[in-house]
Design a protein around this ligand. Structure first.
Ligand code: ADP
Ligand code: MG
Length: 253
């Protein structure tokens, strides 16, 4: 019962387009789950469902044994009000392919923004934590830089620090290195590797197979809105069981 994320038959459509067709998966405390699969298979949609940026149509999605976006009372399910959803989301950090930093704010201000505005934490304490976080992602010397003055890799590291500033216990990464020049990918993966070593629970959608093989506990292959296959990375990459997995891997490995 101590899964951090538990998806049971999660379905999601946009109009008549069925994007998720019954996703079942579980992520335990401190587990790192990587999700791979072709473009359009529903990977981003699934991540967005986990923090209720998208509303699911069927199934159940639990974070720390609580329905995300809903509450169960006397056997019935009710939608939570926005403020309650916002509270649930605070524990979930999300990092996107595009960094989405506030352009008019410095790196430090970007990292400080949410704890001050959303959590109403005292500024001095947040500032200290933001300095620590920027140091942790190797940007102690860039605290006063604006996003436009930073490389893509640096901006993505600020985005990770910003997500960590809310002290999440679950981090979701949606292709965090896909928008980066190849020479900048490594610095972002290094930061993620350090998070793994710290024991952070993570779901990572990625095309970085080497990284997935090295750091993740479980690898999930999604195609057409279903989990086709999942298992130990060495097993899934070394001896895929399904034709669709084999076909995908033959293109990317
Ligand atoms: P992936 O991340 O695996 O590439 P996505 O989850 O982004 O896949 O998208 C899955 C499918 O859902 C795609 O066909 C995409 O066009 C469609 N889709 C995603 N978001 C929306 C949306 N907001 N409205 C309509 N269709 C969407
Ligand atoms: Mg995507």
């Amino acid at each position: 019962m101590n899964a951090v994320v538990r998806a049971e038959g999660v379905c999601k459509s946009y109009g008549t387009l069925e994007v998720l067709k019954g996703i079942d998966l579980e992520v335990g405390q401190g587990e790192v789950l990587a999700v791979i699969g072709p473009s359009g298979s529903g990977k981003s949609t699934f991540l967005r469902c986990v923090n209720h940026l998208e509303r699911i149509d069927a199934g159940r999605l639990y974070v720390h044994d609580r329905l995300i976006g809903y509450e169960e009372r006397e056997g019935k399910v009710y939608e939570l009000p926005d403020h309650a959803v916002a509270r649930q989301r605070r524990g979930i950090g999300m990092v996107f392919q595009r960094f989405n930093l506030f352009p008019h704010m410095t790196a430090l201000e970007n990292v400080m923004a949410a704890p001050i505005m959303v959590k109403k934490e005292p500024k001095a304490a947040v500032r200290e934590r933001a300095h620590d976080l920027l140091a942790r992602v190797g940007l102690a010397d860039k605290t006063n830089a604006h996003p436009a003055q930073l490389s893509g890799g640096q901006q993505q590291r600020v985005a990770i620090a910003r997500a960590l500033a809310m002290r999440p216990d679950l981090m979701l990464f949606d292709e965090p290195t896909s928008a980066l020049d190849p020479e900048l990918v490594g610095e972002v993966l290094d930061v993620m590797r350090a998070l793994v070593e710290d024991g952070m629970t993570m779901i990572i959608v990625t095309h970085e197979m080497g990284f997935a093989r090295e750091v993740c506990d479980t690898l999930v292959f999604m195609d057409g809105g279903v989990v086709v296959e999942s298992g130990l990375p060495s097993a899934l990459l070394g001896a895929p069981q399904h034709e669709r997995t084999k076909a995908f891997l033959s293109k990317v490995l």
